[in-house]
Design a protein around this ligand. Structure first.
Ligand code: NAI
Ligand code: MG
Length: 361
């Protein structure tokens, strides 16, 4: 690929968004130099910031830039300032608009617990120390989008709410390929989560995954029912490497997995299309309660940059360097307030950025 043409669109957004993105940009600039990645950065407005400037959470200019670039780095959107406005111009619409316009059907959410933070988890340290799993969630199909849907009146006058759970073979195949490829880049194990004992749609899901497995002989595929998967996630989460599942199951399981790590300020995410283009963002929101104080944890956003390098640019070494630098920073005892514990070195957002940069050097 033409390395010189790599384009990243940075969308800081609202609340703590600009504060944490500023640190992630410093890290990106540093690895860009160090590994000669040839990445150019452009800025744009999304969410409340875009409503204030253009009257829309996803202005045409931002959407054009997002379509033209290779990857998007996003902070977070939303906040009380825009809570009362019309639903159609809520900041969150900016995010949803980006996902649907860029066809980002694959949501990758790692749940990584750095051993230094093992006591932050809701589980016993020995169950989660070193936890590193990845949930691949289908994001644009399944029961959240299936038609028909609605609330209808029955002949007996009673109302009935209904939704449709369906996945076509091509929808399963494309999310399946992303998951198998992610497993190849990690530990080589993939667990497909379904409810094939009850739902026909997931019987087909399981069949397609089995077919795909023939193309990935280096990945070990297993299947698990979603209720068991929920149980296993809190019983013995370290058994998993990559999990792949549909939209609704993935929504629930990924939040559950995130909480095993106990620290919302540490978790990155990626949303990918078919060609490796992606949007990368921390899983947390704009944290209006701490915005403007310079105390937010920038590590989730910094780790989102690492995911960008790995999944959109195939730069595993540069990605690993960032992840290692975060590990070193934690080893050295640097902690923002959200992950602070006794005897550790409490630092600001910017000081945490400084520490990661120092560890990269
Ligand atoms: P939130 O994730 O913004 O905050 C929840 C709690 O975690 C708060 O106490 C916050 O201070 C803390 N927190 C979050 N990120 C942190 C960080 N990096 N460092 C330290 N502490 C951190 O969720 P909340 O409060 O439900 O939503 C606030 C706003 O964010 C709302 O407007 C919501 O719609 C929006 N939101 C945006 C998302 C996005 O842009 N992807 C996702 C979730 C919420
Ligand atoms: Mg959720």
């Amino acid at each position: 690929s033409n390395v010189a043409s790599r384009q990243v669109l940075v969308l800081p957004g609202d609340g703590i968004g600009p504060e944490i993105v500023a640190q992630a940009e410093r890290v990106l600039a540093r690895v860009n130099d160090k590994f000669a990645l040839g990445i150019n950065i452009e800025k744009g407005l999304v969410g409340g910031a875009a409503i204030d400037a253009h009257g829309s959470p996803l202005p045409e200019i931002t959407l054009e830039k997002a379509k033209a670039c290779d990857a998007v780095l996003l902070g977070a959107v939303g906040g009380p300032k825009w809570d009362s406005v019309d639903m159609s111009i809520r900041p969150e619409k900016g995010l949803l608009g980006l996902r649907s316009n860029l066809n980002l059907f694959g949501n990758l959410r790692p749940a990584i617990l750095y051993p230094q933070l093992a006591d932050a988890s809701s589980l016993k340290p020995e169950l989660v120390a070193g936890l590193d799993l990845l949930i691949v969630r289908e994001l644009t199909g399944g029961i959240y989008f299936g038609q028909p849907r609605g609330i209808r009146e029955l002949e007996n006058g009673e109302r009935e709410g209904f939704n449709t759970y369906k996945y076509s073979e091509s929808e399963v195949r494309r999310i399946g390929r992303q998951a198998f490829e992610a497993a190849q880049k990690r530990g080589g194990k993939l667990c497909s989560v379904d409810k094939a004992n009850v739902l026909e749609a997931t019987v087909l899901w399981r069949e397609v995954m089995d077919e795909l497995a023939k193309d990935y002989p280096d990945v070990e595929l297993t299947h698990m029912y979603v209720d068991n998967a929920a149980m296993q996630l809190v019983r013995a989460p370290k058994q998993f490497d990559v999990m792949v599942t549909g939209n609704m199951f993935g929504d629930i399981l990924s939040d559950c997995a995130a909480m095993l790590t106990g620290s919302i300020g540490m978790l990155p995410s990626a949303s990918l299309d078919e060609n490796g283009k992606g949007m990368y963002e921390p899983i947390h929101g704009s944290a209006p309660d701490i915005a403007g104080q310079g105390i937010a944890n920038p590590l989730a956003t910094i780790l989102s940059v690492a995911m960008m390098l790995r999944y959109s640019f195939d730069e595993a070494d540069a990605a690993q360097a960032i992840e290692d630098a975060v590990g070193v920073t934690l080893d050295q005892g640097f902690r923002t307030a959200d992950i602070q514990s006794e005897g550790m070195n409490l630092v600001s957002t910017e000081q945490m950025g400084d520490a990661v940069l120092a560890a990269l050097a």
